[in-house]
Write a protein that binds this ligand. Structure first.
Ligand code: SF4
Length: 172
């Protein structure tokens, strides 16, 4: 196994940190006109699993006295990251409260066991829509994406889960 080159520096004012954000990948299964991350299907910029694990253990150990420790996972599309469920499970076991930022397009492809994890009270799923209907939403995002996101949000037959929905207000 190759040696990781990631250097984790001591935290300067560690007791004030309560939130950690990791950008897992810049790979994305859709496109948005305003994407500032240059995310696309062919993108290959990903943080290695072993480095993510090291960061999670390091931060959790340093912040052991913090009442609630938040981990936000973002991308690209986080559910394209190959080991995403392993990361989620590890983070939960270490006591993190997770905020999962996703475009919501892949819930329909998940199996029951994968979906079940979202019933954890320690997970908040964040999904953005660019309008209340497909006409407005798809001015900014891929065609057909509105219905896929909405059906993903409904996730019929899945245990209750918490999500926050951000609707961007747009002038058409
Ligand atoms: S869903 Fe997010 S990461 Fe993907 S193209 Fe849109 S803004 Fe970029």
């Amino acid at each position: 196994m190759s040696q990781s080159t990631l250097k984790i520096k001591p935290l300067p004012v560690e007791k004030f940190f309560t939130s950690l954000t990791i950008n897992l990948t810049n790979k994305c299964n859709t496109y948005c006109k305003y994407c500032f991350r240059d995310s696309k299907k062919s993108a290959k910029d990903e943080i290695e699993l072993k480095d993510i694990k090291r960061i999670l253990f390091f931060f959790q150990k340093k912040q052991a006295n913090v009442i609630e420790l938040y981990l936000q996972l973002t991308g690209g599309e986080i559910f394209l990251y190959p080991n995403i469920f392993e990361i989620i499970k590890l983070a939960l076991s270490l006591g993190y409260t997770l905020r999962l930022q996703t475009n919501g397009l892949l819930f329909n492809k998940m199996n029951h066991r994968q979906l079940e994890i979202f019933s954890s009270k320690k997970i908040i799923i964040k999904i953005s829509l660019d309008g209340w209907n497909s006409k407005i939403h798809e001015l900014y995002r891929a065609k057909g994406s509105f219905d896929k996101v909405v059906s993903g949000i409904k996730m019929e037959g899945t245990p209750n889960f918490r999500h926050s929905l951000r609707i961007n207000i747009n002038n058409v």
